[in-house]
Design a protein around this ligand. Structure first.
Ligand SMILES: C[C@H](O)[C@H](O)[C@@H](O)C(=O)CO
Ligand SMILES: [Mn+2]
Length: 418
């Protein structure tokens, strides 16, 4: 029997098996097909970008490793992203940071950037059937320091306000161009190594800065605000903490970004979904994998990720949750890192979509807690992998481990020559 026939046969059997517990596996596949991940451009080049060539990465984040083949130019980032996307089923978005502008070798400071610097990205994305998302960039700049939008020095604060306003303008133009809202994320590293004399002071300044930044209403972009627990060198205090942005988002109707690496390690991000959905318009996810700290390891199919995907599906919130990825690993093949992380995220949603949630909720309503636990447990060993393999086959992307050879080939022919 050919591999394709084995996959088809296993899939037909899986459809029957899921039907027996009241789940339509075909419908689950259709729903997964519509999930667009927002791929982070910064895995391709270790968060370097094209503005500050040679400058170091600041802002309390760190990339470890020096695996050969890092993308060094805009063309190399684009080629690597397309290669990765060709190994991932479905249509996906690309999430750009401001430092990835097409600056044509000219020095364009952060308070001078404009939509024209992203025109070639917009055209490229359209040609390749991708939509763009965007991020302001407050790190890796001489004015980054420890405080940007929360800086008591007006000259520094106004510089970053201007930058962030311009990023919203760029996002608006991207959204218009692609006829689909561009999701713009705002993350700043502002914080302090030691406990500040006034925690309140910097949070008040940040609130004022955000109010100024968000004063302009746009129609083609959506704002997200991303909290963090701490950055390296800024361990005692983060101005934009989760409580701060949750409060701001709920009060001002802004999307809160949940980066799964930005919380205490035992906190459940899945548990936050239903709470946020009640008080904020939508959710942006930065799917990441913290190991002991916000280490940005490549996303794998972990229990945490599965829980998160299940929560989104149980809340029927796919239309209110944007699924972005955020990690950077320079110790392994970077295209491989994209493919592993994106496919792991899709696998989590595949399993979540195959959950017999109506039956589970019925059991719960009737107080049948043994039955609820038993069915949850049995779901773990139902043949979701057969449905996943079929999903890959139908999308004409490698099934199972077959993508390893494809990435090895690209490495031999392209990235190893850099
Ligand atoms: C590149 C940054 O890491 C990213 O934009 C930000 O979302 C973050 O998570 C910082 O820790
Ligand atoms: Mn993030």
């Amino acid at each position: 029997m050919t591999k394709e026939n084995i996959i088809r046969q296993a899939y037909e059997a899986a459809v029957e098996r899921y039907a027996a517990v009241g789940v339509d596996a075909r419908e689950a596949m259709d729903k997964l097909q519509k999930i667009s991940l927002s791929m982070h451009c910064w895995q391709a080049d270790d968060v370097s970008g094209f503005e500050n060539q040679g400058g170091s990465l600041t802002g309390g984040i760190q990339v470890t490793g020096n695996y050969p083949g890092r993308a060094r130019t805009i063309d190399e980032v684009r080629a690597d992203v397309l290669k990765a996307a060709s190994l991932i089923a479905g249509k996906h978005r690309l999430n750009l940071h401001e430092i990835y502008g097409d600056f044509q070798g000219r020095k364009v400071d952060r308070d001078e950037v404009e939509p024209a610097h992203f025109e070639s990205w917009m055209q490229w994305a359209k040609e390749n059937g991708m939509k763009l998302d965007f991020n302001s960039t407050s790190f890796s700049h001489p004015k980054s320091g420890d405080l940007t939008l929360a800086n008591p020095d007006d000259a520094i604060r106004n510089f970053w306000i201007e930058h962030t306003k311009r990023c919203r303008w760029i996002s608006e133009e991207m959204g218009k161009y692609q006829d689909d809202p561009c999701i713009m994320n705002l993350w700043i590293h502002d914080g302090s190594k030691e406990v500040p004399a006034s925690r309140l002071k910097y949070r008040q300044i940040l609130e004022q800065s955000l109010d100024e930044i968000f004063a302009t209403e746009y129609k083609n972009m959506k704002d997200c605000i991303e909290a963090k627990l701490f950055g390296i060198g800024l361990e005692s205090y983060t101005v934009g903490s989760y409580d701060f942005y949750l409060g701001y988002g709920a009060k001002k109707n802004k999307i809160v970004t949940l980066d799964t690496g930005h919380f205490h390690l035992t906190e459940s991000i899945a548990d936050k979904v239903s709470a946020l959905l009640l008080f904020t318009p939508e959710i942006m996810l930065h799917v990441s994998r913290p190991i002991r700290w916000d280490s940005d390891h490549v996303v794998i199919l972990s229990d945490d990720l599965l829980d998160l995907a299940r929560e989104i599906i149980r809340c029927k919130a796919l239309d209110r949750v944007h699924i972005g990825l955020d990690y950077f690993d320079a110790t392994i093949n970077r295209i491989g890192a994209y493919v592993i992380g994106c496919r792991a995220t899709q696998k989590a949603f595949m399993q979540a979509l195959l959950e017999p949630s109506a039956t589970l909720q019925q059991y719960e309503a009737e107080g049948k807690y043994f039955q609820r636990l038993a069915l949850q447990e049995e779901m773990k060993s139902l043949p979701w992998t057969a449905v996943w393999d079929m999903f890959c086959l139908q999308n004409d992307v490698p099934v199972g481990e077959d993508y390893i050879a494809e990435i090895e080939k690209y490495e031999a022919e392209v990235t190893s020559k850099r």
